[in-house]
Design a protein around this ligand. Structure first.
Ligand SMILES: CC(C)(COP(=O)(O)OP(=O)(O)OC[C@H]1O[C@@H](n2cnc3c(N)ncnc32)[C@H](O)[C@@H]1OP(=O)(O)O)[C@@H](O)C(=O)NCCC(=O)NCCS
Length: 180
């Protein structure tokens, strides 16, 4: 098993199709989208982490470069998304290896915090690699279809990772766009 980090410009058509295949299998309700694009909600990754077993892509995750607002200040975060592993590759720590590799590169690129959203039952998956729930704050996103500002439900999984040495600034969080 090999973990590779690919910038968007390094993803050739074969890798693109392989990653889309993994995404479509892991997120069946978005299989139509992933049959043509890897970019959930149009988010183009800064880089993609993939796990490759015997020349096949079996798991992946993306990092999106986003500037959100916390309280009054803009804050750049490594937005993690599209985290998944094919069923046969779950429960083996492969997702942990992908997340750790991705966050190492994010640290090299100067990100101080990671942020992601998930269903509450998946919080524990991310806690294994140091992510912390961020459920006590008010989160607002801008719906990409209606353009309206929407408060994210209190029980929606929201997590951050301290990559640098500074704690996440205090305050309500505005994603200044939709989720990723
Ligand atoms: C989420 C995922 C990446 C986790 O992979 P993993 O950590 O290697 O292995 P598992 O699938 O065994 O999940 C780890 C734990 O999360 C739980 N879990 C995973 N998906 C779950 C779900 N949809 N509902 C409830 N619990 C879930 C598992 O039961 C397991 O619990 P346990 O540790 O108590 O046994 C993988 O299950 C996956 O690819 N799922 C489909 C895509 C997805 O939902 N991605 C997350 C987007 S936020």
């Amino acid at each position: 098993m090999e973990i590779r980090i690919l910038e968007e410009s390094q993803i050739d058509p074969m890798t693109d199709a392989a990653v889309r295949g993994v995404l479509a299998e892991c997120f069946p309700h978005y299989s139509r989208l992933f049959s043509t694009s890897r970019h959930w909600r149009g988010n183009v990754p800064l880089f993609t982490a993939i796990a490759v077993d015997k020349s096949s892509v079996v798991a992946c995750s993306v990092v999106i470069d986003r500037t959100i607002r916390i309280g009054a200040r803009p804050v750049r975060v490594a937005g993690v998304g599209n985290v998944c592993a094919l069923p046969a590759y779950r429960g083996k720590g492969i997702v942990d290896r992908i997340l750790l590799a991705a966050m190492e590169v994010a640290a090299e690129q100067g990100f101080e915090w990671g942020m992601l959203f998930c269903r509450p039952e998946i919080l524990k998956v991310y806690e294994r690699t140091g992510w912390q729930p961020c459920m006590d704050r008010r989160f607002v996103r801008t719906d990409s279809v209606t353009g309206k500002s929407v408060e994210m439900p209190a029980d929606h999984g929201k997590m951050f990772l301290r990559i640098g040495y500074r704690p996440l600034p205090a305050g309500d969080i505005d994603l200044q766009g939709d989720k990723w």
